[in-house]
Design a protein around this ligand. Structure first.
Ligand code: AHM
Ligand code: MG
Length: 328
């Protein structure tokens, strides 16, 4: 017999009686929103939903229609839940206060509705990343930024949904990492990857090598070592251009994913709060590591909602080799 997401959550409640029910109810918002989003993603080539809307998001990038749909769907699904006080998204310049003054509003949720949006028009894997934080003490809903500007270590749950050859939801609420595959014939997520552990060493490295000439030398030196077999194995390269898809492979197969700082993106391209933090949380829960090359991603104190960060994330062996390389 199989286990649905709802059954899994009930089982977790029995295993960990302290875990808050509102948090589980909030996670069911991810389930609902991702079912709606995935049904649009699957029809993206058939309906008039592709192409740019000609609006620019806060980072100056052209929004795609599916980005807009995914964003609105997530905001609606979470906005309905009384336990949510603040919602922040890659696609909105400022956080949104919901249920102002409600004592039940105890959580903030931060997300990238569709990561890897340059892949939408070419039918390549994209995904939703999300991070859930508890309301800081003495903070009311008018103080929305303070709700979300917390180090990733404070996340109470995080995860992602991948719209690939199948739709997969991976999440953790500090109880290990669990993966669910969507079965379209019954409309449910089924537990397919229980208690995922990242392999200590893999055989893939993932970085956009087109930028090799402009990467800081520490990254170039590390990649050289990987390619020379100095990590004790010969590696293949993979780079999908959707961080969430490149990370999912790294989680299941091991290896390393790197997006360094570049002249165009001096602080790195990826966003700390809703891209790097959720996958760093998943990586650490699964026995891996994540750093900006100076400190663990989860220890960074954010100062801005759309703050960017360099990101190096992967299995223990590749990450230790990276840390040794930058110390040499
Ligand atoms: P997005 O959130 O606008 O989709 O941008 C983030 C994406 C990541 O998913 C991916 O790793 C990266 O941008 C690819 O960037 P590049 O084309 O510079 O390699
Ligand atoms: Mg994005």
């Amino acid at each position: 017999m199989f286990t649905t997401f709802q059954q899994h959550i009930v089982q977790e409640q029995t295993r960990r009686p302290g875990s808050p029910v509102e948090l589980q109810w909030l996670l069911s918002g991810v389930i609902l929103a991702s079912k709606l989003i995935q049904s649009q993603v699957r029809r993206a080539g058939l309906i008039d939903i592709l192409g740019a809307v000609n609006e620019i998001n806060p980072q100056g990038e052209v929004q795609q229609k599916l980005d807009v749909y995914a964003n609105e769907t997530l905001i609606k699904c979470f906005g309905l839940r009384e336990s949510v006080g603040v919602i922040a998204s890659e696609e909105n310049e400022f956080p949104i206060a919901v249920h102002p003054n409600s004592p039940e509003a105890q959580y903030a949720i931060v997300f990238d509705p569709l990561d890897g949006s340059s892949n939408i028009d070419v039918a390549v894997t994209i995904g939703t990343t999300f991070s859930i934080l508890r309301r800081p003490e003495n903070c009311d809903t008018s103080d929305t930024l303070n709700w979300v500007l917390q180090p990733g270590r404070q996340q109470v749950a995080a995860g992602y949904v991948l719209y690939g050859s199948s739709t997969v939801l991976v999440y953790s609420m500090g109880n290990g990492v669990h993966g669910f595959t969507f079965d379209p014939s019954i409309g449910s997520y089924i537990l397919s990857h229980e208690n995922i552990k990242m392999p200590e060493q893999g055989t893939y490295y993932s970085i956009n090598e087109a930028y090799n000439e402009i990467f800081p030398s520490k990254y170039v030196e590390y990649i050289k070592r990987v390619r020379k077999g100095e990590l004790g194995k010969f590696y293949s390269s993979r780079f999908i251009g959707s961080m969430v898809a490149d990370f999912h492979r790294t989680l299941l197969r091991g290896g390393i994913f790197i997006y360094p700082e570049t002249p165009n993106y001096p602080n790195g391209r990826l966003r700390l709060l809703y891209e790097a933090n959720p996958i760093a949380y998943i990586a650490e829960q699964a026995g891996g590591m994540a750093t900006n090359s100076v400190q663990p991603i989860l220890d960074i104190q954010p100062h801005e909602l759309h703050q960017r960060t360099p990101l190096v994330i992967g299995g223990k062996s590749e990450m230790e080799a990276f840390m040794n390389c930058i110390q040499d």
